[in-house]
Design a binder for this molecule. Structure first.
Ligand SMILES: C[S@@+](CC[C@H](N)C(=O)[O-])C[C@H]1O[C@@H](n2cnc3c(N)ncnc32)[C@H](O)[C@@H]1O
Length: 221
């Protein structure tokens, strides 16, 4: 069940200090997503083409870790454009990447991207798609700005499963996140798969890990 928050209410819910957001994010990742930073590096790290769009980059903490992960593996340098709708998150990202010419961040709604059609080789939506009030709109607009054959990776928060105490803890965190406005809703895999196919993507690869569905989709050529 969702509370139907608007994009501005969601942005307001994200107006905490970047350090608190990062600390809170670690607990949410561990107990609600039942995932690890390492899993996220290995999933998002490979999906960077020469022109990359990082959708809902937040404070850029994860993006910076992924770029460092790529550097350690000597993967090609890429140009990254990060967008986020919450001004406080974006302020943290702007400070973080102020001296990094590889990354530009700007204010934008994932469902109304200020970019021309066919601009990006790749896009990642890390830990965010289930926070959007307009997932269908975001999926359609990301498809529009991807080049034909371009890929998008996203991890989707699923309704918790597994060992009862962990499931209960994840459920409590999700309920709190929905009340606060930092989570729109968890999903069932099939709901999100149907949305991606309806938006016009092809499924490239997918796996479930903890309480997340990790999917790479492609814009048809
Ligand atoms: C849980 S955070 C994840 C941030 C970052 N990707 C990470 O993994 O640390 C979700 C982000 O989605 C952003 N967001 C929510 N709705 C959005 C929208 N409609 N357009 C762009 N960003 C949005 C929030 O402002 C927040 O920064």
């Amino acid at each position: 069940m969702t509370t139907g928050k608007t994009r501005d209410e969601i942005a307001e819910a994200y107006s905490s200090e970047p350090w608190w957001y990062d600390l809170r994010g670690f607990f949410i990742l561990t107990f609600a997503y039942n995932s690890t930073i390492g899993t996220q590096m290995r999933f998002f790290g490979p999906n960077f083409g020469p022109e990359h769009l990082e959708v809902a980059c937040g404070t850029g903490t994860l993006l910076e870790m992924v770029l460092n992960w790529r550097r350690r593996r000597k993967l090609p340098q890429v140009k990254v454009t990060g967008i986020d709708y919450a001004p406080s998150m974006l302020a943290g990202a702007k400070r973080r990447f102020a001296n990094n010419p590889q990354v530009v961040v700007q204010h934008a709604d994932a469902a109304q991207l200020p970019f021309a059609d066919n601009s990006f080789d790749t896009a990642n939506i890390a830990n965010s798609i289930h926070c959007f009030p307009t997932i269908d709109g975001a999926l359609r607009d990301i498809l529009r700005v991807l080049k034909p054959g371009g890929t998008m990776a996203a991890n989707v928060l699923l309704y918790p499963t597994g060992f009862a105490p962990l499931r209960w803890a994840a459920q409590k965190i999700n309920d709190w996140g929905i009340r606060k406005g930092i989570l729109y809703s968890p999903f069932h895999t099939e709901e999100l798969r149907a949305k991606m196919l309806a938006a016009g993507y092809e499924i490239h690869s997918e796996f479930t890990s903890g309480n997340t569905w990790n999917v790479v989709v492609r814009k048809p050529v």
